[in-house]
Every structure is written in structure tokens, then in C-alpha cells.
Write a protein that binds this ligand. Structure first.
Ligand code: BJ8
Length: 427
């Protein structure tokens, strides 16, 4: 990636964006980014890469995807961790995350969806209806999944506006559910092969598995440094790295994250922190936080705490497990992919007790002084599971604060008061 002064407006116009509305969005994101991220002091130098990615998020990266398509490749949009990006890459595709983290065109959205729908779904629909997301427009295919009811029904409406394919994700993890999920992996392969006119081969899948594992290994390496006290990187910057993992070119991202991890390892060795050693250490768990949703991390860190780990899809659930690389035959690799992905702990599953065990294990490993669980309002799976998370934290003797919020800034004052009181209590 190199700096550029290219005029992207013709490209956005070709993609069908509403240029005026898009200008308004592009005007708002840098302000939010500047207030949340650029205002931090003592940032690792390597974060300059992410600053550049953010400055070009609708520019250079979209141009790369357009060029990729012009060279015969494809782009596949996804909304959930369960859609295996290895399969997309193995047929010459590039995967892009389409979850959005800002309120947009809610007036239009609420003509289609009930007002009491979670912000993630409303935002995704708003970006589509408002024609402001070039990732959605550049995608040849959107792959959805039967996770929560809201997303399932949203895909039906989205299918009226874009090519959508939905994977059936079981909601339990018994042997018969694993068999169903394995057959869904085959079904997705067939769909991707037909959509891209390419065949999946053992060689292409093997290469994709290693590439995506390398990306996850780099994120594991970066995040392992957050166990140190003082912690060498802020929670906001670590969150940003995972958010960008859903958009960026995979090999380049891996190289840049490894380079930041190296810098962070040196910081740890030198005892250099992004926050003072005395800062209360927080584990955040809950629903995903998509760009530009830095709201809770910003509140915690401006109140004097530091986020040391995220148990969420924009966090450890994304990078903590790799696909088994020891298998080399095609059916065996597809088995390994099915197994790895079914192992993700989403609240859409019942029971989902492995998630509670994982939260407590992470809190201990990262020496968290407290847990903040943050769920989007109207997300029944996570809001109801919050009771079980609270119970697990109580049994483990770890203080916990529960927050239910959305993408608006309306509750910032109240959030700050609650977070400050919590941090004071655990200090
Ligand atoms: S694996 S967390 S990315 S489903 S917040 S839309 S659950 S009502 S995002 Fe998710 Fe996949 Fe699970 Fe992760 Fe529904 Fe809840 Fe909204 Fe949600």
C-alpha cells in the first residue's frame, strides 16, 4: 500500500454509491477516529500503518478490490465469523466483513425493520439502503448464516437488493449438528465454485489455510503482549487491529501485525506501557464492535482503565483457534475447517457454557481486575446470556459491570459515570 492522492469519486460513482451521503460519512469517521485513537499518547509507532489504512478505508483498499475483480478475482462479503474465509480465498476470492458500527439512514431502516432491532443489523441495513458502503457494493456475493433471528430475517430483505447466500448454522453442538454443519461447508464450496467459476483444489485450500492461520498467529502474537504489566498497547489500538483484519489484504496485514508485535515485545522487555502500571485492567466481553465503534474502549481508557483483552468476535473469538494444518487431503481439510468454525462460542448456541469458561480463563490469563460485558440492546442471545456470564464472574470472584448500549452517543454521559464508578471500585 502506498500513499496516493487519487480521486476516488468516479470509482464510488461506478459502484453506485450516493456520493453526497458518502461524503457525509467520510467526513464523520475521521473526526471519530481522531477523537478516539489519534488523541492517544504513547502509541506504538507501528500503529501508523493502521492510521493509514483508516485514512484509505474507502479509497485505496476499495481500488485494490476493484482491481482484483478486473483481474478475474471475486469479492465475497460476510457478516459473521462462522463463514470460513479460507474457502473464499481458495477460489480466488477476497473476503470482506460487512458489519457496520455506526447509525446510518435509520429513518429508512425503520420502515423495513422494527425499531427494537439491534444496532448491528440496523446499521448494516442502513449502509446498504443509504448506498454509503463500497465494500457491500463491490461484493459479488454476500454469504449470510442462520445465527440470530434478526440476521436471518435481515438476509431475506437484503436478498432483494444483492446476491445473498445463507449457510445453515446449527444451534447446538452435538454429533448430528456437526454433521449438518460439515454438509453446509460442502454446500458453500459448491456455491463459491459456481459463483467464481473456479474449482477448489487441495493446493489452493492448503495455501489459504496457511495464509489465514498466519494472520491469526500474528494477532495471537500481538495480543499475547497485552498480558504484560504495564500493557504495551491500548485496548483501542488492539481492537482496531482486529477490526482491520476483516478488510485488509491478508499477507500485508500479517506482515504489519508481526512488525507491531515485535515492537510491542521490545516495549514489554523495556517495561514501557501505553497506560500506567496502576491502571485497572479490564476484559471486555459481548457483541462485536465494528468500525467505527470504539465507544466503550474510549470511555474505559479515558476514565483511566486499560482494556487488556476482548472476548468477542472482534477479539479473541476471531484469532484464538487455528485450522489444523497437519491434514493435507481435500476432504480432511474441509473436516478441519468445519471443526474449527463450529468451535466458536456464539450466544446463538445452546448451551454455550464453553464461552463462560473461556471468559474466566482469559480474565485470569490477562490478569484482569474486572470484566465489563457490553451487549447491544435488543440482542436477545447475548443479553440473556449476560446472566450466565455474571454468574460465572461472581463464582470466580471477578468484579463485573454489565452494559447494554447501541451505536448512539446519547448514553455517553451515563456510561462514563458507570465506568468511572466501576474503575474506582476495583482500583
Ligand atoms: S459469531 S456474535 S458475528 S452471530 S448483536 S446481529 S447476535 S442480535 S453479531 Fe455475531 Fe456471528 Fe455470533 Fe459473532 Fe444478532 Fe446479537 Fe445483533 Fe449479533
Amino acid at each position: 500500500m502506498s500513499d496516493t492522492s487519487t480521486d476516488y469519486r468516479p470509482m464510488w460513482q461506478n459502484l453506485g454509491l450516493d456520493l453526497e451521503a458518502h461524503d457525509a460519512l467520510l467526513g464523520a469517521i475521521p473526526v471519530m477516529y481522531s477523537q478516539a485513537c489519534l488523541s492517544q499518547t504513547n502509541r506504538p509507532e507501528g500503529m501508523s500503518y493502521f492510521d493509514f489504512v483508516m485514512s484509505e478505508i474507502h479509497g485505496l483498499r476499495i481500488k485494490e478490490l476493484v482491481d482484483h475483480k478486473a483481474a478475474g478475482g471475486s469479492v465475497v462479503g460476510t457478516f459473521c465469523l462462522y463463514v470460513p474465509e479460507e474457502l473464499i480465498r481458495a477460489v480466488g476470492g477476497q473476503g470482506v466483513g460487512l458489519c457496520a458500527g455506526a447509525e446510518w439512514a435509520y429513518g429508512e431502516v425503520e420502515r423495513l425493520l422494527p425499531q427494537n432491532t439491534c444496532a448491528l443489523i440496523k446499521s448494516a441495513m442502513g449502509f446498504k439502503l443509504g448506498k454509503v458502503c463500497p465494500y457491500g457494493e463491490v461484493a459479488d456475493l454476500i454469504v449470510g448464516e442462520t445465527t440470530c433471528d434478526g440476521k436471518k430475517k435481515m438476509y431475506e430483505l437484503l436478498a432483494e437488493m444483492a446476491p445473498v447466500y445463507v449457510m445453515e448454522l446449527p444451534q447446538m453442538k452435538r454429533a448430528k449438528d456437526a454433521a449438518l454443519w460439515r454438509s453446509e461447508i460442502d454446500r458453500l464450496v459448491e456455491k463459491l465454485e459456481a459463483a467464481t467459476n473456479r474449482s477448489l483444489t487441495a493446493e489452493s485450500l492448503r495455501a489459504a489455510i496457511v495464509e489465514v492461520n498466519d494472520k491469526r498467529r500474528a494477532l495471537q502474537r500481538l495480543n499475547a503482549t497485552r498480558k504484560a504489566d504495564p500493557v504495551p498497547i491500548s485496548g483501542k489500538d488492539a481492537l482496531l487491529a482486529v477490526q482491520v483484519a476483516f478488510y485488509d489484504d491478508v499477507p500485508r496485514f500479517t506482515t504489519m501485525v508481526n512488525s507491531i508485535a515485535e515492537e510491542l515485545e521490545a516495549r514489554v522487555a523495556a517495561g514501557k506501557g501505553a497506560a500506567p502500571a496502576a491502571a485497572p485492567r479490564i476484559l471486555v466481553t459481548g457483541t462485536p464492535m465494528s468500525i467505527p465503534n470504539w465507544k466503550l474502549h474510549d470511555v474505559i481508557e479515558k476514565a483511566g482503565g486499560v482494556v487488556v483483552m476482548e472476548e468477542m468476535c472482534t477479539g479473541s473469538r476471531y484469532y484464538s483457534r487455528l485450522v489444523d494444518e497437519t491434514v493435507t487431503d481435500l476432504p480432511g481439510m474441509l473436516d478441519a475447517i468445519a471443526e474449527k468454525y463450529l468451535d466458536i462460542n456464539c450466544a446463538c448456541f445452546t448451551p454455550n457454557s464453553a464461552r463462560m469458561d473461556n471468559i474466566i480463563a482469559l480474565a485470569k490469563e490477562y490478569k484482569a481486575d474486572g470484566i465489563i460485558q457490553c451487549n447491544l440492546q435488543f440482542c436477545a442471545p447475548y443479553q440473556i446470556e449476560a446472566t450466565l456470564v455474571s454468574r460465572a464472574a461472581q463464582e470466580a470472584g471477578i468484579p463485573m459491570l454489565r452494559i447494554d448500549t447501541d451505536y448512539s452517543a446519547g448514553d455517553m454521559g451515563q456510561l462514563t459515570t458507570r465506568v468511572e464508578a466501576f474503575l474506582e471500585m476495583i482500583s
